[in-house]
Design a protein around this ligand. Structure first.
Ligand code: THG
Length: 266
């Protein structure tokens, strides 16, 4: 399982303020706490408020690298912001994210090759997010084809089936789980599958419960990664327990502790 810590994102008020005031400690504490909680990557997103997005991405990457060597997921829709992060990153990163248009995939997989990066690809194109399973699968298969063409191994490819808030469209979860199982069926070896988990509960009142239940459904369908609140212990315990019940980790009375210990090992 590959948890990606979502908290270093300018969307959160504390991070936004830390960016504005160049307050390193807030960012560094989030980096350390998420690493301790089992994050395999730390998502780094400058948010929308920062005026100098390139400079902010560089500052965040450098600030985090001062205190830990947890791999980073550089999160931006803008390629020049990703490139700014790549310039200062001390080790291979996960690029988050790109759309599944053929030309876009060529550009991003080219960069992956050059920088030894991994890549999250969204199942959407410039035409937007499709509302049916076959269309999203078509996008996923284009990703696999392009990765193969660029000789990027599947261990470095992450497919994101795209989660929208539950109050926007209630048919999403079932459809997304269907996409996940189909991608797993159609590929060998399979790519990783990840998502922006907290999207599902935006604007709702039972955020933690909705996030946790959605995660369990998706992991049961075959998802092996998520950008999520790794500091939410109930969420992480439910994920680990799903891995156990799906026979992906071995049972012991202390299986949660054992799983967390192995997540923390680098
Ligand atoms: N796919 C990929 N990357 C992504 C997303 C995705 N990156 C960003 C996002 N979606 C995943 N990360 C978050 C981070 C925070 C929230 C949701 C998704 C969130 N934030 C609070 C809110 O909006 O209510 C912020 C408020 C606060 O607490 O201060 O919910 O889908 N590849």
């Amino acid at each position: 399982m590959i948890p990606i810590g979502e908290r270093i994102n300018g969307m959160f008020r504390d991070v936004k303020q830390a960016i504005a005031e160049k307050e390193k400690k807030v960012i560094q504490e989030l980096a350390l706490r998420q690493t301790e909680a089992g994050a395999k990557y730390l998502d780094v997103n400058v948010g929308t408020a920062a005026r100098d997005q390139l400079g902010t991405m560089k500052w965040l990457v450098e600030t985090i690298q001062e205190v830990c060597d947890t791999p980073l997921a550089l999160d931006s829709q803008k390629l020049d912001v990703i490139k700014a992060g790549l310039e200062v990153a001390k080790q291979p990163v996960l690029i988050n994210s790109c759309r599944a248009d053929a030309e876009t995939l060529d550009t991003y997989f080219g960069i992956c090759k050059e920088h030894n990066s991994s890549l999250i690809c969204l199942t959407m194109t410039k035409e937007g997010v499709s509302q049916d399973v076959p269309k999203r699968l078509e996008d996923a298969m284009r990703v696999i084809e392009k990765a193969t063409e660029h000789e990027i191994p599947m261990e470095r490819v992450f497919i994101d089936p795209i989660i929208l808030p539950i109050n926007v469209d209630q048919r999403q979860p079932k459809m997304i789980c269907e996409v996940i199982s189909q991608v797993k069926l159609m590929t060998d070896p399979p790519p990783h599958i990840t998502c922006g988990l907290s999207n599902i509960s935006q604007g709702t009142r039972n955020r933690h419960l909705i996030n946790r239940t959605m995660l369990v459904m998706m992991v049961a369908a075959g998802m092996d990664s998520a950008i999520c609140d790794v500091l939410d212990k109930d969420l992480m315990d439910a994920w680990i327990t799903t891995e156990l019940l799906m026979n992906r980790i071995i049972y012991s009375h202390d299986y949660i502790k054992a799983a967390l210990t192995s997540l923390r090992a680098r």
